[in-house]
Design a protein around this ligand. Structure first.
Ligand code: G6P
Length: 369
């Protein structure tokens, strides 16, 4: 097992550090920024189904559901197709409305999650075209779907999903770009810029991994906090959910993710000098709104841990701690902002002497309903 961990203390840490190379594996042979091409066989073969879709339904559980939420923002923005993201376990039990021209995308690392599998069967019965985004080759979900694209993240052993998440986002972003091109919903210079930026993501993730030391220092300060709040807007709202999920899964600290602006409808009541609040605040649309959310937290003495774009000064002036990530195009920021949050949870869990790779009560693949 020590050998399999490749010199890392835990599989989770190894898998966090594998992200630059597995993201590259995910787009290898599919993304050619120099030629302006992004293509995946499963999408090309069914391009008309995608471009004619009146709606895309994304079905998943857990972290895969969070990747689906990121994709909702990306696909709607790039391809202008309405997207709904559903928990498989809710979808399958409520007699869902599915139209024949709906495209269903099932997202699953293991390809074995019972609820997701059952939801796929139901969608197929109702006549939908079902596309799988799986990591495990030959898994039940990859076999049950009409077509699909693998994430190529390699085996993920740590129960808390890390590299599966970022590679799922990579695949879903490539689908969004392909559909944008086919539908003509994105101007060519934006399209080209996104292709180039996506190609640069592995090296920027590498740079984001250099936040490890600062994440460890922050972990040391907040490891005994009973609660933690994660806030983000737009593309980074799902990252807030995922950051909170990572923390609760492996450190057993109660954590909640919220859209930053919703804070005033509840979570703000929890804020005092004992509450650490992770704010995901890269340079993006409505950055000024996030800054004002941070001011509201500061006025209530909350402890602010901010994830910002390198060179940021405005948030730095307000936050207790800043973690800097490289700049990229807005829709790709989740691939970078999520990295320090994985590291933060990891170090907190290690410091609390938790079983990082196999947290209590959790399974890597939930094959029961
Ligand atoms: C379990 C795992 C999570 C995972 C979820 C969905 O809860 O612990 O890491 O996100 O199942 O699994 P899937 O394999 O369908 O992505």
């Amino acid at each position: 097992e020590q050998i399999e961990k490749g010199g890392y203390d835990h599989f989770m840490l190894k898998e966090i550090y594998e992200q630059p190379s597995v993201i590259k594996d995910t787009y290898r042979g599919r993304l050619h920024a120099d030629k302006g091409i992004v293509q995946m066989a499963g999408v090309e073969d069914n391009l008309e189904k995608f471009t004619n879709a009146n709606r895309i339904l994304i079905i998943a559980c857990g972290t895969s559901w969070h990747a689906g939420l990121v994709a909702e923002y990306v696909i709607e923005e790039f391809a202008r197709i309405p997207v709904e993201v559903e928990y498989a376990s809710e979808f399958r039990y409520r007699n869902p409305i599915i139209y024949p021209d709906d495209v269903v995308i099932a997202v699953s690392q293991s390809g074995e999650t019972a609820d997701t599998l059952a939801a796929i069967k139901l969608a197929k019965e109702k006549g939908a075209f079902v596309f799988g985004v799986c990591n495990v080759v030959g898994s039940s979900i990859s076999r049950e779907t009409h077509a699909g694209a693998y994430t190529h993240a390699g085996p993920e052993i740590g129960v808390a999903s890390t590299k599966a998440f970022t590679t799922q986002i990579t695949v879903l972003t490539m689908i969004a770009l392909r559909l944008a091109k086919a539908k003509g919903t994105m101007n060519n210079s934006d399209y080209q810029r996104y292709l180039l930026e996506l190609e640069l993501i592995p090296e920027k993730v590498e740079e984001a991994l250099q936040t490890n030391e600062v994440a460890k220092t922050i972990a040391g300060i907040y490891k005994d906090a009973p609660n933690c709040l994660y806030l983000g807007r737009g593309y980074n709202f799902p990252v807030a959910l995922e950051g909170a999920l990572k923390l609760k899964e492996i450190s057993y600290i109660h954590a909640e993710g919220y859209p930053a602006a919703e804070m005033k409808h509840g979570p703000i009541a929890l804020i005092d000098e004992h509450m650490p609040i992770v704010v995901i605040a890269p340079k993006q649309n409505h950055y000024d709104k996030v800054v004002s959310n941070i001011q509201e937290i500061k006025a209530r003495s909350g402890k602010i841990i901010a994830v910002v774009t390198k060179g940021d000064t405005q948030v730095r002036a307000l936050a207790d701690h800043v973690i800097e990530i490289p700049d990229t195009s807005e829709a790709l920021t989740p691939l970078l902002t999520t990295i320090p949050l994985q590291l933060l949870s990891y170090h907190i869990a290690v410091m609390r002497e938790c079983n990082v790779d196999q947290p209590r009560n959790l399974a890597k693949s939930v094959t029961v309903e």
